[in-house]
Design a protein around this ligand. Structure first.
Ligand SMILES: NC(=O)c1ccc[n+]([C@@H]2O[C@H](COP(=O)([O-])OP(=O)(O)OC[C@H]3O[C@@H](n4cnc5c(N)ncnc54)[C@H](OP(=O)(O)O)[C@@H]3O)[C@@H](O)[C@H]2O)c1
Length: 346
């Protein structure tokens, strides 16, 4: 590949697709090739999203025929719909970056368990790299198939990895998470209507029902040898357009003090351009990260006072559409082709 690349976007009419259009438009080494829509095919992007995007949306079948016109493809399709498309573009020799869950988990049995589907391209799972850049950067270099992590797991895994890696993350981990409504995509459903969602906050898939738990187990329960740690995870729908805040309750071993925990986080994330460690005593809000590719992390003992004990609150915030999806997808692309990781993202 040259140092200037062309990218196609499958599902450009959706929320993550639109973010990719904007990011690629200002990326110094990337330019837009074709864009696809499904129901919106035949329209221009500016007819679907207000803005200066007078770009045609073509059907997916036409994109297959025009695969040779681009170097890379970003897939922004619903779960399940990506399996066949990834297979086709991978076979056509493109660098494939998939934002759905279809290639995030290594074992076909996990798709049956968490997504209730039979994987139709299991032979590709071993080649797919999990695109959590700060943790798995080395495995992404030169990769041809990258699965961009889910939005909630990005916040939880970045927030807790240093503890898990050190063997200091107790069992269970309790996660109380909140997401803006764009996290559900552009689909029409009653609970996302303004009157239902505005001035309201509602839990969904509480406990151990949400499928993103699979990615937390995958990353954190293997960070320091296999562990059967339980994640009790309750997400909530927040009446804002974008942003995720995950608040996590954890227990560390009795001989570990707060300064040792901070040393661990500072060492792990030293020099990371997209990790913002807040000063001790502060926790992040959505405002720390929305419209950025950053993850802000804060940590505080549960008990105030001189003897903090073993329980801590760790909180992490991200923009679900950027660090939780399209920004991280660009970061993965930059690493895969050997560009400066921050290109187009600062
Ligand atoms: N939203 C987030 O914050 C977020 C974060 C992380 C990961 N993700 C994942 O990223 C993917 C895209 O999410 P999104 O929020 O952008 O979704 P979205 O807004 O619902 O957009 C979906 C896109 O896929 C197209 N599409 C739907 N079904 C299709 C099919 N069968 N064949 C071809 N095209 C089809 C749609 O076209 P039309 O518009 O023409 O119907 C649209 O362009 C999902 O897998 C999602 O889980 C999303």
């Amino acid at each position: 590949m040259s140092s200037r690349y062309r990218a196609g976007i499958v599902g450009a009419s959706g929320y993550t697709g639109l973010e990719l259009v904007k990011l690629i438009h200002r990326h110094p080494h990337l330019e837009l090739g074709w864009l696809t829509g499904e129901r919106t095919a035949g329209q221009t992007l500016s007819q679907v999203h207000p803005g200066p995007w007078d770009l045609p949306l073509i059907p997916l079948e036409e994109a297959y025929a025009r695969a040779g016109q681009v170097d890379a493809v970003f897939l922004c399709l619903p779960h399940g719909a990506s399996m066949a498309a990834v297979q086709r573009f991978h076979r056509a020799g493109l660098l494939v970056i998939d934002l759905s869950a279809d290639f995030r988990l290594p074992d076909p049995a996990l798709y049956t368990r968490w997504y209730g589907v039979q994987h139709t391209a299991p032979e590709l799972l071993a080649q797919a790299r999990y695109g959590l850049c700060e943790l798995f950067r080395e495995t992404l270099r030169g990769s041809r198939l990258i699965a961009v992590p889910g939005c909630y797991p990005t916040s939880v895994n970045l927030g807790l990895y240093p503890l898990a890696r050190a063997g200091w993350l107790g069992d269970p981990v309790i996660v109380d998470a909140k997401s803006g409504i764009s996290g559900a995509g552009r689909k029409v459903q009653l609970r996302y209507h303004f009157v239902e969602a505005n001035e309201n906050i509602a839990p969904y898939s509480p406990g151990r029902r949400h499928r993103h738990i699979a990615e937390m187990e995958l990353v954190l329960n293997r960070a320091n040898g296999p562990v059967e740690r339980r994640f009790l995870f309750t997400p909530h729908l927040l009446p804002v357009s974008r942003g995720i805040l995950s608040t996590m309750y954890v227990r560390v071993p009795p001989d570990v003090d707060e300064s040792a925990i901070w040393a661990l986080y500072r060492e792990r994330y030293a020099g990371e351009p997209f990790i913002h460690l807040l000063p001790p005593g502060q926790l992040p809000s959505l405002a720390h990260t929305v419209h950025t590719n950053r993850c802000a992390i804060g940590l505080i003992p549960v008990d105030p006072g001189p003897a903090p004990g073993t329980e801590y609150v760790v909180a992490a915030s991200i923009d679900n559409l950027l660090k939780g999806a399209s920004g991280q997808a660009i970061q993965c692309f930059n690493i895969a082709v050997g560009l400066d990781e921050t290109a187009g993202l600062l």
